[in-house]
Design a protein around this ligand. Structure first.
Ligand SMILES: NC(=O)c1ccc[n+]([C@@H]2O[C@H](COP(=O)([O-])OP(=O)(O)OC[C@H]3O[C@@H](n4cnc5c(N)ncnc54)[C@H](OP(=O)(O)O)[C@@H]3O)[C@@H](O)[C@H]2O)c1
Length: 227
């Protein structure tokens, strides 16, 4: 069983997603509106790529060394009995977060089996749950099955960045899109809503358009699944 996946993102009209150079007026209220919609969607979890989750890390990395050997199977942190959960995709175990929760939600990391025991010891020390989805290559569909079966995640909010969004869409794993289109054009070459090539390009079905404060459009789409 897989969770229903809604991608929730805010972008400029040209699709860029890093608002650091956007005019203050465009940012005014955008974060609050993004979080309001995040809460209204009532996900059992939110999932982001490694680069995005790294922004939540606290302090300097504190890697560990261990002689222990840990089984490559799901480990649930003692404080992670129920969601909503915060999930990071980190296939090679590069994240050093130093926290057990992000935005108040217990963390789960999606790994591949080749990560070191040292890294698993660090995750256990920090109280971060982990699952394995693939030997060396990450299998996102398998990850979704495990999250549904072992953490009861039935509605997942996919919240960027463009690398992980593109991988999910290309694998046909997104059901709906919730896009906050901000009235800004920045033309930056940086991350955009989808950075991986989607082959073939996906058709979307418009569900609704709502105008929010500041001229932001909240657009809902259903993804038309490949036959
Ligand atoms: N406006 C918004 O709504 C919004 C939302 C979220 C983030 N952002 C911004 O977006 C920026 C980051 O975006 P990003 O695209 O650079 O990073 P990202 O999607 O957060 O992370 C990209 C990483 O995800 C991993 N990845 C990608 N495809 C994968 C796959 N198929 N399997 C396994 N892992 C995969 C790779 O990690 P490895 O290199 O470790 O393999 C890749 O480096 C940040 O500045 C953030 O603030 C904006």
């Amino acid at each position: 069983m897989k969770p229903h996946v809604i991608m929730h993102m805010a972008s400029s009209i040209d699709g860029t997603i890093v608002p650091k150079d956007w005019p203050i007026a465009a940012l005014d209220g955008l974060n609050d509106a993004y979080e309001d919609i995040h809460r209204a969607l009532k996900g059992d979890a939110w999932l982001v790529g490694r680069v995005t989750m790294a922004e939540f890390a606290e302090g300097a990395p504190r890697p560990m060394t261990t002689s222990e050997r840990f089984p490559r199977k799901t480990w649930k942190a003692p404080g992670a009995a129920s969601g909503p959960y915060a999930i990071a995709v980190d296939r090679e175990g590069k994240l050093h977060l130093n926290i057990s929760h992000a935005n108040g939600d217990p963390l789960i990391v999606i790994l591949t089996e080749g990560v070191s025991d040292d890294h698993l010891a660090e995750l256990r020390r920090d109280g971060i749950s982990y699952i394995f989805a693939g030997a060396t290559e990450l299998d996102l569909a398998l990850a979704l099955d495990i999250l549904a079966d072992e953490f009861a995640i039935m509605l997942l909010l996919l919240e960027g960045g463009g690398g992980i969004n593109g991988s999910f869409l290309d694998a046909d794993l997104i059901d709906e899109i919730s896009l906050m289109l901000s009235p800004v054009a920045d033309g930056n070459p940086g991350p955009s809503t989808f950075d991986n090539r989607i082959t073939p390009a996906k058709a979307l079905k418009l569900q609704s358009v709502t105008q929010l404060d500041g001229g932001v459009l909240h657009i809902r789409y259903a993804v038309i699944r490949a036959e």
